[in-house]
Every structure is written in C-alpha cells, then in structure tokens.
Design a protein around this ligand. Structure first.
Ligand code: ATP
Length: 144
C-alpha cells in the first residue's frame, strides 16, 4: 500500500531513533513512509509502517520516485553519517517541504542543519539527558 502524502510523514533513517519515531506515529494513527538504505532494517519493518522502502536518501531521483516532494512533513533521523544527513536534508528543503525536522548528534552538525534552513533541529541525546536530570531530581525527593 502506498502512502497518501496528505496527513502523513516521511521518516528518513530507521535506526533506533527513526524506528521508534515511525512506530509511535503509526500507533497514533499517522501514516508513515519509512526510508532506509539498509535492506535488513527495511525488511524488519515491513508490515509495521504504511510503506517502507530501501533507498538512498541522498539521491534526488530516488526521493522523487517515492513522491517525497508531495509530503509536507519529513524527519531526517540519520545521525552518524553527517554527509548523508546534510544531503538528504538539503533535498527536502529544496523540494519545499514545509515542516522538516532533523536530528543532530553534535553541535556543529546541528548548526549546519540550522544554516541550511531546517526549522526544527533536535538533539535527542542531549535533550533526553536534560529530561532525565529532572526525572532523577524528582524521584530523589521521594527518598530524601
Ligand atoms: P540511532 O541512534 O537512531 O540508531 P544513528 O544516530 O546511529 O541512529 P545512523 O546510524 O547514522 O544514525 O543512521 C540511522 C539510519 O539511517 C541507519 O539505519 C542507516 O542505515 C540510515 N541511513 C544512513 N545513511 C542513509 C542514506 N544515505 N539513505 C538512507 N538511509 C540512510
């Protein structure tokens, strides 16, 4: 089944972060097109996302073939491969996708994404670390 682009999200990079995001979107009733270039990952998510495809997200032709330019929400969840993250993100911006989120592992990576014009740069590890500090402080109150 193909994803209707309206009211659906494209998730590029289905590592731990992208997979968790995509599955949660599905659980909440949002249609998801997942893209990853690792065939094992694509295979393991087959049937769990509306559509999951093996493709190189740095290829403009591949993204066009998947109708990615028709989406208005996209998340780039590639972290380690900064070059792939930047190339994929720049294509999404060039397509004019209105809502683009991109994950950064380091501050320089995030700053370049922001310079490209990404409206929402997320730092999952730094943000989760800060959240956990609040949770840890909160739970401490029960013991002191
Ligand atoms: P996580 O922490 O979420 O597991 P990560 O930060 O380790 O992820 P990466 O390993 O860089 O991030 O990438 C996440 C996913 O993106 C991987 O499954 C990888 O196969 C995929 N990926 C990397 N480059 C590309 C690309 N050019 N096209 C499509 N998918 C890609």
């Amino acid at each position: 089944r193909r994803v209707a682009a309206a009211d659906s999200v494209v998730v590029i990079g289905l590592g731990r972060f992208g997979t968790a995001l995509a599955l949660e979107l599905m659980a909440q009733g949002t249609e998801v097109l997942g893209i990853d270039d690792d065939p094992a990952i694509v295979q393991s998510l087959n049937g769990h996302l509306t559509q999951v495809v093996r493709a190189d997200a740095t290829s403009e032709a591949a993204l066009r073939q998947l109708s990615v330019p028709d989406f208005d929400r996209a998340v780039v969840a590639i972290g380690i491969d900064v070059e792939a993250s930047l190339l994929a993100t720049s294509l999404l911006l060039r397509f004019g996708i209105e809502h683009v989120w991109a994950k950064a592992l380091t501050t320089p990576h995030g700053e370049i994404l922001a310079q490209l014009g990404v409206p929402h740069v997320v730092y999952p590890e730094a943000e989760m670390g800060r959240r956990l500090a609040h949770l840890v402080r909160g739970s401490m109150k029960d013991y002191v």
